[in-house]
Ligand binder design. Structure first.
Ligand code: XMP
Length: 535
């Protein structure tokens, strides 16, 4: 059994004026973040905190409610993560989910045993008490079960609210103390009435208000940024992705020309992308963007390099060099703005906190290249107004600030760009070939109305040639791989089952329109074992 590493608690440098209405204590469940997202879908602000957060810390935060997540452990194992028992005495409503419920039961004098029959998957819930937590949860509705242990005996003062065939105590409550437990996972989509149940907890039991709205977030974030940076200058490395674009709009609204955006063109972007970005930000929205043409530098670094890891390293290192030089040239800047999101905060601690000011300080720049340290004199203080948001929330903020769907809804694009979609050596000629092929893929996927259903769709250029025939002439040219995947988060993926007619059009267009390509092949590998990118 592994005890989960404690997740970051609200830090002194949180830069935010908002405290969570619901705190999720994380016992290592893969669903802890999902619970937080679901609560936020009810327009109530929630944060994930370590299971080790003390009752005193929670009292100081005074959330309206606490949710204990599930977790991989058994409560009776030695070393299993436990919460501070003082939590039961705070008078704050608590909902224990799966492991969280078992912990509640055990700490309050009931008992938990290894279930005779582990229960995984969907199970119909039989409601014994359709009030309170289970208001509007239909009799027989499907709930998602995933547990090996079960509650055997309830603590004093607890009653059963619902059961399933295999789990007598599937939902329980101590109404007087406002303590609740559910053996199922209301947060996953398979639990048909899970959201209704979470709403009951959040609104009726905890008395939360629906105030976590996009508009409220923007107002608060603008106030927070203004307070944080005062009249100082802020630098932002714009990539054109959703996060940095939303950040640019938000900061521009907050601090106007105190913001300088820097767009480093490595030469590995899609066709028309640098022009589109400059036109959009600089000329249309008057957000100052310094265009840095570094194409020569990058391509010459890659001459003769074929190893994928080496390519990535060289690109990453060069990016940091250009970033350093240009920020010195354009600076000085006091702050570096980063599009750090909430999952990054939960998962990483690559950042130091300045002992004097309590502000987060970048020791690395969170470029999409995941490389290298910054020199001492470039240790910017960080502005990270998106660090409380999940990706879907960033999109909402971006839309609300006026970013077009073309940016808000775009597919992920890797930092090293097309350079890792040209296998082997990257040359200017190959970049041009791939840009043209990639444009065909994008156009056709959009025209077919499939862009938003697909996680990523792109072309890959292989470093081999094969024979073909065009007109009466023999050709000897490169193949292009069509890579289209569906995915929830990029961690796993499946190849997209595109209609044959669409595949045919893409193939015909690429072979006919793109000089240097005479064959199109389809990648039908899922991840794992494949990766989404080819390098
Ligand atoms: P893989 O190829 O590992 O990709 O299955 C998973 C997701 O990550 C993206 N990706 C990157 N994104 N910098 C990025 O910002 C990178 O170096 C990088 N490499 C892969 C990839 O496009 C997919 O969405």
């Amino acid at each position: 059994m592994s005890v989960p590493a404690p997740t970051p608690v609200i830090d002194a440098a949180s830069q935010s004026s908002r405290y969570p209405a619901i705190v999720i204590l994380d016992f290592g469940s893969q669903y802890s973040e999902l619970i937080a997202r679901r609560v936020r879908e009810t327009e109530v602000f929630s944060l994930v905190m370590s299971y080790a957060t003390s009752a005193e810390q929670l009292r100081a935060l005074s959330p309206r409610g606490i949710i204990l997540s599930g977790g991989p452990s058994s409560v009776y194992e030695t070393g299993a993560p436990v919460c501070d028992p003082g939590i039961w005495e705070l008078g704050i409503p608590v909902l224990g989910v799966c492991y969280g419920m078992q912990l509640m039961v055990q700490q309050l004098g009931g008992s938990v045993v290894a279930a005779g029959k582990a229960e995984y998957g969907k199970a119909p819930l039989h409601v014994d008490d359709p009030t309170d937590l289970l208001t509007n949860v239909e009799e027989g509705s499907t709930m998602w079960m995933s547990h090996g242990d079960s509650v055997e005996r309830l603590p004093e003062g607890f009653v059963r609210l619902a059961h399933t065939v295999n789990t007598p105590e599937a939902a329980v409550a101590n109404h007087d103390r406002r303590l609740y437990g559910v053996q199922f996972h209301p947060e996953v989509v398979h639990s048909s009435c899970g959201m209704a149940m979470l709403r009951n907890f959040v609104y009726h039991i905890c008395g939360c208000e629906a105030d976590w709205t996009t508009a409220a977030f923007i107002d608060e974030a603008i106030g927070d940024v203004r307070r944080q940076v005062g009249d100082k200058r802020v630098l932002l490395a714009l990539s054109g992705g959703v996060d940095s674009s939303t950040l640019a709009f938000l900061l521009h609204r907050a601090i106007g020309d105190q913001l300088t955006c820097m767009f480093i063109d490595q030469g590995f972007m899609r066709k028309g992308e640098p022009e589109f970005l400059m036109d959009f930000f600089d000329r249309k929205f008057h957000i100052q963007v310094q265009y840095i043409n570094a194409r020569e530098r990058f391509i010459s670094k890659l001459a003769g390099v074929t190893d994928p890891e080496r390519k990535r390293k060289l690109i990453g290192t060069e990016f940091i060099r250009v970033f350093e030089e240009e920020s010195r040239r354009l600076g000085p800047f006091d702050y570096l703005a980063q599009g750090t999101l909430y999952p990054d905060v939960i998962e990483s601690a690559d950042t130091n906190v300045d002992a004097k000011t309590g502000e987060r300080v970048a020791v690395k720049i969170k470029s999409h290249h995941n490389v290298g340290g910054l020199p001492e004199d470039l240790r910017f203080k960080l502005v990270e107004p998106l660090r409380r948001l999940f990706k879907d929330e960033v999109r909402k903020v971006g839309r609300n600030l006026g970013l077009p769907e073309e940016i808000v809804g775009r597919h992920p694009f890797p930092g090293p760009g097309l350079a890792i979609r040209i296998l082997g050596e990257v040359t200017e000629d190959k970049l041009n070939i791939l840009r043209d092929a990639d444009l065909v893929v994008r156009e056709e996927i959009r025209d077919a109305g499939l862009y938003n259903e697909i996680w990523q769709a792109f072309a890959v250029l292989l470093p081999v040639r094969s024979v073909g025939v065009m007109g009466d002439k023999r050709t000897y040219a490169f193949p292009v791989v069509l890579r289209c995947v569906s995915s929830e988060d990029g961690m796993t993926a499946d190849w997209s089952r595109l209609p044959y007619e669409l595949l045919e059009t893409i193939s015909n267009r690429i072979v006919n329109e793109v000089q240097g390509v005479n064959r199109v092949v389809l990648d039908i590998t899922s991840k794992p074992p494949g990766t989404i990118e080819w390098e």
